[in-house]
Design a protein around this ligand. Structure first.
Ligand code: SAM
Length: 232
């Protein structure tokens, strides 16, 4: 079953314009034809069975037919992560989407050595991951900013679990309310990052075990542990 995300409203009989990429994927890659079925979701109206109504020369339209799943409430789990090399950042966004993260916040830390974040690219990766994993929403991806600024604007009442290797920190424990996880860069947090984190009352240092994990492994493991412990 091909699942596609759309920005359009989904209602009985609605005609929906496909993006150029979707039209190419359906006609050129998947060799689908007019009348073939697709599943559609937009993050607001649940999931719909639909059909390809028109398909030619890089353009396509769908019709929405029947709602097959109502919109479900999203999980409330945030991931803040130090920007990594491009492929690794892509992997973190893909896996965090699969693991149900609702908000992704890339940050620049003292030892971040990647300079730029392409939000459109990351959003495309999140859309593709949501389509594949049968999620009904696309996570929000915020523009990358310095860690310090993001901490200054952290919402009251949301705990921030900060993954610290080689620290005498507790293992991730169930959160009693909304939470986020912070993963550092390949070089680890620097002294100025630690000083900024130490000043934040909402920070909860956590360990992910005795081994030093790559940042992407730490993100995936930490999110999985937060979910099994009930906050995801
Ligand atoms: N360069 C650092 C060092 O050798 O000490 C390791 C940094 S690690 C590759 C990248 C990030 O993953 C860390 O900043 C931390 O957030 C997280 N991390 C890795 N292993 C961890 C562990 N065992 N417990 C908690 N966090 C961990």
């Amino acid at each position: 079953m091909i699942r596609l995300h759309t920005e359009a409203d989904l209602t009985d009989g609605a005609f929906i314009e496909a993006t150029e990429g979707q039209a190419h994927y359906l006609g050129g890659v998947m060799r689908r034809s007019i009348g073939d079925s697709v599943r559609l979701f937009n993050g607001r109206d649940g999931e719909w069975d639909g059909r390809i109504a028109t398909l030619s020369r890089g353009k396509a339209r769908f019709t929405a037919e029947t709602q097959v799943r109502p919109q479900a409430g999203d999980e409330d789990l945030w991931l803040m992560f130090a920007v990594l090399k491009r492929d690794t950042t892509d992997l973190v966004v893909q896996k965090a989407t699969e693991l149900g993260v609702s908000v992704l916040i890339p940050v620049f830390t003292e030892r971040t050595n990647a300079g730029r974040v392409n939000l459109d690219r990351l959003r495309a990766i999140a859309i593709e991951a949501s389509e594949q994993c049968e999620r009904l929403t696309i996570p929000e991806i915020r523009p990358a900013r310095p860690l310090h600024d993001t901490l200054a604007e952290w919402p009251a009442g949301r705990a921030l679990f900060v993954a610290l290797e080689r620290a005498d920190a507790q293992k991730i424990a169930p959160a009693s309310g909304p939470a986020g996880l912070l993963i550092g860069p390949e070089g680890g947090f620097g002294p100025r990052d630690h000083a900024a984190l130490d000043r934040c009352h909402f920070v909860r240092p956590v360990s992910l075990g005795p081994r030093i994990l790559r940042a992407e492994t730490a993100a995936i493991a930490g999110l999985a542990l937060l979910q099994t412990s009930g906050c995801g």
